[in-house]
Design a protein around this ligand. Structure first.
Ligand SMILES: [Zn+2]
Ligand SMILES: [Zn+2]
Length: 266
């Protein structure tokens, strides 16, 4: 499954089914060092959150010379992971600058190729690795009124369309790039954590997953909420209201309970 967070006059999201590499048996997995990082979205939620199998976590940020995430974004990501993810062996962030692939717009297949070529951090032993590419271009799915901000497209893979975010900087309330990067990257990490109900194992049988906008939360203030009815001005106001440090949306009680059930921190 693939997830897109889109912002637009109408903000919407598409879930796309993708073929994932399945491991055949343990012996063959050893032959492919990328196999653990080539699984379907949501399948590693528990591995990321709990300390049962992996006691350490590395997040690799891939970016070009012009798309390095802001220092505030990186600090916020570190704090976010430390607050939610149970890794007694430590959490580290690896910054990797790559040559600009082209200027986009990118298809998800191209994003996968870029990750494959430039990602250096893979899951090994008790150390799980995540990858987040800050793309120097937009998604090819964008239209005049619809923009993809980010996508969680595999069990440990995220793309943030950083150039698209840049179009929303400023506005009447001086929304910052750091705010947009932080909201988008943390929302997509929520999908890697398997929210909401991506693996059909939500502990809340009802009233959690937004049935109209699948894999999102019904609680309007939650990080995993999907603002399907918001107009662009409304959405900009939403971002603006969150532009001050503590204004970044957080997980509501339902999403938090799901994360804790999978081994995340309380
Ligand atoms: Zn989403
Ligand atoms: Zn929620």
């Amino acid at each position: 499954m693939t997830h897109f967070l889109k912002i637009s006059a109408i903000i919407f999201l598409a879930m796309v089914t993708v073929v994932s590499c399945k491991k055949k048996d343990d012996d063959e997995v050893v032959d492919d060092p990328k196999a653990e990082n080539r699984k379907v979205l949501g399948s590693s939620g528990e591995d990321i959150l709990s300390a049962d199998i992996y006691t350490k976590l590395r997040l690799e940020l891939l970016f070009t010379e012009t798309t390095r995430p802001t220092p505030e974004t990186i600090i916020a990501l570190e704090q976010f992971l430390n607050a939610r993810v149970n890794k007694p062996g430590g959490i580290s962030i690896v910054e990797t600058m790559i040559p600009p692939p082209n200027n986009g717009p990118y298809s998800l297949d191209e994003i996968r190729e870029i990750e494959d070529e430039h990602r250096t951090q893979y899951t090994i032993d008790d150390d799980i690795a995540l990858s987040m590419f800050f793309a120097n271009g937009s998604s090819e799915n964008d239209t005049d009124t619809s923009f993809t901000l980010g996508s969680a497209y595999q069990n440990t893979s995220i793309v943030v369309y950083r150039n698209t975010l840049f179009n929303f900087v400023g506005g009447p309330n001086n929304t910052t790039l750091a705010t947009l990067e932080t909201i988008t990257s943390q929302h997509e990490l929520g999908h890697l954590f398997s929210l909401v109900n991506i693996s059909s194992d939500d502990i809340h049988p009802t009233d959690h997953e937004d049935t109209e906008n699948g894999k999102h939360c019904v609680i309007a203030d939650c990080l995993m909420y999907f603002s399907s009815a918001a107009s662009r001005p409304e959405h900009e106001a939403r971002f603006a209201n969150r532009s001050q440090g503590d204004g970044i949306p957080v997980f509501d009680a339902l999403c938090l309970a799901d994360l804790v059930a999978k081994g995340g921190k309380e």
